[in-house]
Design a binder for this molecule. Structure first.
Ligand SMILES: *Cc1c(COP(=O)(O)O)cnc(C)c1O
Length: 408
């Protein structure tokens, strides 16, 4: 009989969101007149920018003509899109990232998992706790961790707690780790990292020949001048970091699918003999073999994000969600909650009151306010005692949800 990849059996059951649905369903079944507002899901809610729609309509019509038809595109993405990305997201911020170093893809979720294809199996890997679960689970699936421990963590991974005590900044490990995943602005905590703090990580990585996998999916939400949008704003980062970017959260492409990964030329690892090997050709080879590119239509849509009109529309989307976050933060603070995040990220990270567990607070908000959020403990052990509320929703829902919470 066919043998399965037993690493999958180590995975904790996809427990968080099914459990949320189950509890919401049970509650709404028992309370037929309840009108639950969901601030739990990390997905955008506003329609796509017109600039993107127009560009995609035009591209689609081109494809319907003999002259404009396009088959497979370059696996790395079209040159015109990679040039716009290089210019607007990097050169304009003083980062020397060339179009060649940019690999367009259909999502950061897959890129941040697929990257493991080009990295060895015996690297020591560090993640923050709480964490975006994709980083952990993709390591489990590929056999890079040991067994599941009683408390739900995996043997072999180094967990760096982020909490109030360290201002939601992971402490630099005493010992050497080979790979570290950093996500800033952070999902789920909404925390950010300053250039000064990020420089410490870049120096650590260069000193220890480690690799930083930097997820900047939420960079567009940054409001403060001092916070880097890209890790390449830090000197030395081109020698130690890969960056993941996505059009999902800034331009609302979660259902359209376009993202990109930066692999700097000259970024290297080593083979078992200890010889230096560049990562760029490995990722290029990986993509050319396993990926056939993002659709032409979608790439034209992504290109429009960088047009004058596109930038304006993306800015107003960001402003809209950040105004939601501001309302949430100020109302919750007024109601006496201790609230983190929400200033440079679309997530508000609430400390559960009177020592309630994350799940107790979930039930409490569901029953008393008919508001649904995400229990922090679902993102890791150190998320216990916290609760994530997402600013991705309509203004009306946000205002109503806050009124209900205040009036409990
Ligand atoms: C939403 C999100 C992404 C984007 O993923 P896509 O696959 O590009 O939609 C990446 N990282 C984090 C932490 C996210 O929350």
């Amino acid at each position: 009989m066919v043998k399965i990849n037993e690493n999958y059996l180590k995975l904790k059951a996809g427990y968080l969101f099914p459990e949320i649905s189950k509890r919401v369903n049970t509650y709404t079944q028992a309370n037929k007149n309840s009108d639950v507002i969901k601030l739990g899901i990390g997905d955008v809610t506003e329609p796509l920018p017109k600039a993107c729609i127009n560009a995609m309509s035009k591209a689609l019509n081109e494809m319907g003509t003999t002259k404009g038809f396009k088959g497979y595109g370059p696996e790395q993405g079209y040159g015109w899109l990679r040039e716009k990305i290089s210019e607007n997201d990097f050169i304009s911020r003083g980062c020397q990232i060339t179009p060649e170093e940019i690999f367009v893809s259909d999502g950061s979720k897959c890129d941040s998992s697929n990257i493991l294809d080009i990295l060895g199996n015996d690297n020591l890997i560090a993640v923050t706790d709480p964490v975006y679960p994709v980083y952990v689970d993709s390591n489990v699936m590929t056999g890079r961790t040991g067994e599941t421990l009683q408390n739900g963590t995996y043997k072999g991974l180094l967990y760096l707690a982020i909490n109030e005590d360290n201002n939601f900044l992971p402490e630099i490990p005493q010992n050497k780790v080979d790979i570290v995943y950093l996500c800033f602005p952070n999902n789920p905590t909404g925390a950010t990292i300053t250039k000064h703090e990020l420089k410490k990580w870049v120096d650590y990585a260069n000193d220890n020949k480690s690799l930083i996998l930097f997820d900047a999916a939420y960079e567009a939400f940054i409001q403060d001048k001092d916070i880097p949008h890209s890790i390449y704003e830090i000197d030395g980062a081109k020698n130690c970091a890969i960056e993941f970017r996505s059009f999902s959260k800034n331009a609302g492409f979660t259902g359209v699918r376009c993202a990109y990964t930066v692999i700097p030329k000259g970024l290297s690892g080593q083979n078992s003999k200890g010889d230096k090997v560049d990562l760029w050709p490995l990722w290029n080879r990986r993509q050319c073999t396993k990926f056939n590119g993002v659709s032409y239509v979608v790439q034209r849509g992504a290109e429009a994000v960088y047009s004058f009109q596109g930038k304006k529309e993306v800015n107003s989307l960001i402003d809209f969600y950040m105004e939601n976050a501001k309302i949430m933060k100020s109302k919750l603070s007024t109601a006496g909650f201790i609230v983190y995040g929400g200033d440079n990220a679309p997530y508000v990270w609430v400390k559960t009151p009177s020592g309630k567990t994350s799940w107790d607070f979930f039930d409490y908000l569901l029953e008393k306010a008919n508001v649904v959020g995400t229990p922090g403990s679902g993102f890791g052990l150190a998320g216990e005692g916290y609760f994530r509320l997402s600013a991705f929703n309509s203004r009306l829902n946000v205002i109503n949800a806050m009124e209900r919470i205040i009036n409990i």
